[in-house]
Design a protein around this ligand. Structure first.
Ligand code: NAD
Length: 283
């Protein structure tokens, strides 16, 4: 057996959705460092273009920044046409776009006696449009790009899809039912699609990041005015055996491993990158 690490990934074309975000940008950088050409898709075109230009200069790879909405099939098809023209066929897809919103977050962690009159702080106060928006962004926003971007892989008889899940997929966190349900659906879909595509040469896996301080959760984990950890932030640190938040770069090794042929008999798994959070029973 020869282990050539990630040499064979050089020159391959990879799409990353939500690539302009904190974890997306870090993953994009790791892919570029391995010599892969990138299409960085984001609903925020400035973030995607800025990152693409920086990465192309720094790693001597091709990198495109493309405005695309993971909930709009036409916008994804347009992006695919640009990618096919500028980079060629698509080898890999990383479904990174996702996030939570205050509109899909309950104010109270649980219903307690004496709460009568404060139902808007609980499950009963959730706004359906906010709930649907978060569920769709995370789940449909993974499903649709997979539908649009894996056809080249089917033709080539090889390829890889990496979905980005979360700790919420294994056990829901309080306050964020839409996000939890959607990430759980991503785990289920990862297994389903891995089976469905088992004989195509396309492997489908997921990474479940633990807790990383980024734009999507800063409002829950830190106090806006003081920057101090909220009680929820402290609880998370106490539930993470390694006693800290992750650094975005902590995801890179798992990402490259799952895309590379070092993992060529692995499909349908969700790998936690969580400082031990999943392993800890809380006592
Ligand atoms: P982020 O908010 O920094 O990045 C998300 C990116 O997705 C943003 O650039 C945003 O513009 C883009 N986006 C939003 N809606 C979009 C749409 N409709 N179409 C295309 N792009 C869209 O968040 P992040 O923390 O870097 O999260 C990246 C992924 O990691 C998400 O799926 C998130 O759920 C997941 N995750 C994050 C953490 C964490 O602790 N930060 C933990 C577990 C999972």
């Amino acid at each position: 057996m020869t282990v050539n690490h990630f040499e064979h990934l050089k020159g391959k074309n990879c799409i990353i959705t939500g690539g302009g975000g904190v974890l997306g940008a870090s993953m994009a950088e790791a892919l570029a460092a391995a010599g892969m050409n990138l299409a960085i898709l984001d609903i925020n075109p400035d973030a995607a273009t800025f990152l693409a230009n920086r990465i192309a200069g720094e790693y001597q790879v091709k990198a495109l920044g493309i405005a695309a909405n993971v909930l709009d099939k036409k916008s994804l098809e347009d992006a695919r046409n640009v990618i096919n023209k500028e980079l060629g066929t698509i080898d890999f897809l990383v479904n990174g776009a996702g996030g939570n919103s205050p509109k899909a977050t309950t104010k109270a962690e649980e219903i307690t006696p004496g709460m009568e009159g404060l139902w808007e702080n609980t499950f009963y106060g959730l706004e359906m449009d906010g709930f649907r928006q978060v569920f769709d962004l995370n789940f449909i926003g993974t499903l649709l790009p997979t539908m649009v971007f894996t056809k080249d892989m089917i033709d080539a008889g090889k390829g890889g899809v990496i979905n980005i899940s979360s700790m919420n997929a294994f056990k829901p966190l309080t306050k964020i039912p839409a996000y939890s349900a959607a990430k759980s659906a991503i785990n289920n879909f990862t297994e389903w699609l891995a089976v469905h595509m088992g004989k195509t040469g396309i492997r489908v896996n997921a990474i479940a990041p633990g807790f990383f301080l980024t734009n999507q959760n800063r409002f829950l984990l830190t106090d806006e005015s003081t920057g101090e950890l909220t009680p929820r932030g402290n609880k998370i640190i106490a539930s993470t055996p390694m006693g800290k938040f992750g650094n975005p770069e902590d995801i890179s090794g798992t990402l490259l491993f799952l895309l590379s042929n070092l993992s060529e008999f692995i499909t349908g798994v969700v790998v936690p990158v969580d400082g031990g959070y999943c392993a800890y029973g809380g006592v």
